[in-house]
Design a protein around this ligand. Structure first.
Ligand code: ZN
Length: 328
C-alpha cells in the first residue's frame, strides 16, 4: 500500500544521503549503526550496535578464572554493612584477576566503547591452565566509536597488558552471530594431567589401563564437586585418544583427547564410582589429578574459525583435531 511505498522510498532516500555524508555503506539488514526516524513525532533515535572481536586465549598461570568472579560474601561490593568484607579484603572479588579483566579493557579502550561482555567457548577449571591451541572467545564491545581496528596491534597491546598471565592469538573482527557460534559449537578437548597414585603401580598394568580407556565410552554421573550447581544426571562421553607415561611408580602424566563435557579429574579418580570406567578403578588404586592443563579445543563438526563470521581478511589457521599433540 501507499504507507509501505512511502516508507521504503523514504528509507532509501535517507540511506543514500546519510551514506554520502558519512562515506558509510547503507544496510537494511544488520547495520553497525541504526537510525529510527519518526517523521510524525519529528524524532531520530540512533543505536550504535556492538562490535565483536574473536580470538583464542592461552592461560599460562593457574588460579585465574575466565570471567570476573565477584566475592559471594559481599556480592562484589567489598562491604558487609559498614564493615569491609573479610573474605575478599574489600576488593569485591574472589580472584584478583581473570582472563576477562586481562583482555577486555584493552579492546574496550581501543574501540572506544562503553562496556564489554566476554563470551568463551566453554571454560576450564580455575586451577587448570589453558595451553596449546588456546580457547576460542569473543569480546563484545558496546557502543564502539571505532570498529576497524588493527587486530595485530590489538593483539600486541593485550599481550603486553596481560603480562604473561594470559596470551591471545589470531584476533579477528567478527560479525554479531559469532557469539552464538562460539557458545553453541560442540568442541572436543585435549588435556594433559599429572596424576598421583596412593600405591605403587606396575608399568604394564598402567599401559594396559590407559589403552583400554582409549576409544571407550565413559558413563559419568555429575561429579560431587559440581553437583551443587549442576543437575544430577548420568551422561555418556567418548574418549577418542589416551596416552601416558608412568614417571615413578606413583606418578604419571596422561594425555587425553575426548568429546566435550567429560570431566577429566573424575575420569582419573572415579569419583567414588560415579565415573565408569576410570583409571583408578582399572588400576585398583586411588588416583588423583594434581595438575591439569587443557592443551586443545577443536570444533567437532566445523572449525571455530568459520570464514563467513568475519569481517576482516586476516588469515588465521584453524587448529585441527589430528594435529600432533601440542606441548607447552
Ligand atoms: Zn567480599
Amino acid at each position: 500500500d501507499r504507507g509501505e511505498a512511502f516508507k521504503s522510498a523514504f528509507n532509501r532516500e535517507v540511506g543514500k544521503r546519510v551514506g554520502k555524508m558519512t562515506g558509510g555503506e547503507v544496510s537494511f539488514e544488520r547495520p553497525d549503526v541504526q537510525f529510527l526516524i519518526d517523521p510524525e513525532a519529528d524524532t531520530v533515535e540512533c543505536s550504535n550496535h556492538s562490535a565483536f572481536v574473536y580470538g583464542r586465549y592461552r592461560k599460562l598461570e593457574r588460579d585465574i578464572p575466565q570471567t570476573k568472579w565477584p566475592c559471594n560474601a559481599c556480592q562484589g561490593s567489598g562491604y558487609i554493612g559498614q564493615q569491609q568484607c573479610e573474605k575478599c579484603d574489600g576488593v569485591g572479588l574472589l580472584y584478583e584477576t581473570s582472563v576477562e579483566q586481562l583482555t577486555a579493557p584493552v579492546v574496550c579502550d581501543v574501540m572506544d566503547g562503553t562496556e564489554t561482555s566476554f563470551h568463551g567457548a566453554g571454560r576450564e577449571d580455575v586451577d587448570a591452565r589453558m595451553l596449546g591451541t588456546g580457547r576460542p572467545f569473543v569480546i563484545e564491545v558496546f557502543e564502539p566509536r571505532r570498529r576497524d581496528v588493527n587486530t595485530v596491534r590489538l593483539e600486541g597491546d593485550i599481550n603486553a597488558f596481560a603480562e604473561d598471565m594470559v596470551e591471545v592469538t589470531g584476533l579477528r573482527l567478527a560479525t554479531y552471530n559469532i557469539v552464538e557460534w562460539v557458545k553453541e559449537l560442540d568442541a572436543s578437548k585435549r588435556y594433559r594431567a599429572v596424576v598421583s597414585f596412593d600405591e605403587r603401580v606396575d608399568e604394564d598394568a598402567f599401559t594396559q589401563a590407559v589403552s583400554s580407556l582409549e576409544n571407550s565410552s565413559i558413563e559419568q554421573r555429575t561429579p560431587r564437586r559440581v553437583s551443587h550447581r549442576r543437575a544430577d544426571i548420568t551422561r555418556t562421553r567418548e574418549v577418542y585418544q589416551m596416552g601416558g607415561e608412568l614417571h615413578t611408580p606413583t606418578k604419571a602424566v596422561v594425555d587425553i583427547h575426548t568429546a566435550g563435557g567429560l570431566y577429566i579429574k573424575e575420569l582419573i579418580s572415579s569419583d567414588e564410582g560415579r565415573t565408569e570406567p576410570s583409571l583408578a578403578e582399572l588400576l585398583e588404586v586411588s588416583a588423583t589429578v594434581n595438575k591439569l592443563d587443557v592443551t586443545g579445543v577443536y570444533g567437532e563438526s566445523a572449525p571455530f574459525e568459520k570464514d563467513t563470521l568475519f569481517r576482516d581478511d586476516r588469515i588465521v589457521e584453524s587448529p585441527t583435531q589430528v594435529s600432533p599433540q601440542s606441548s607447552e
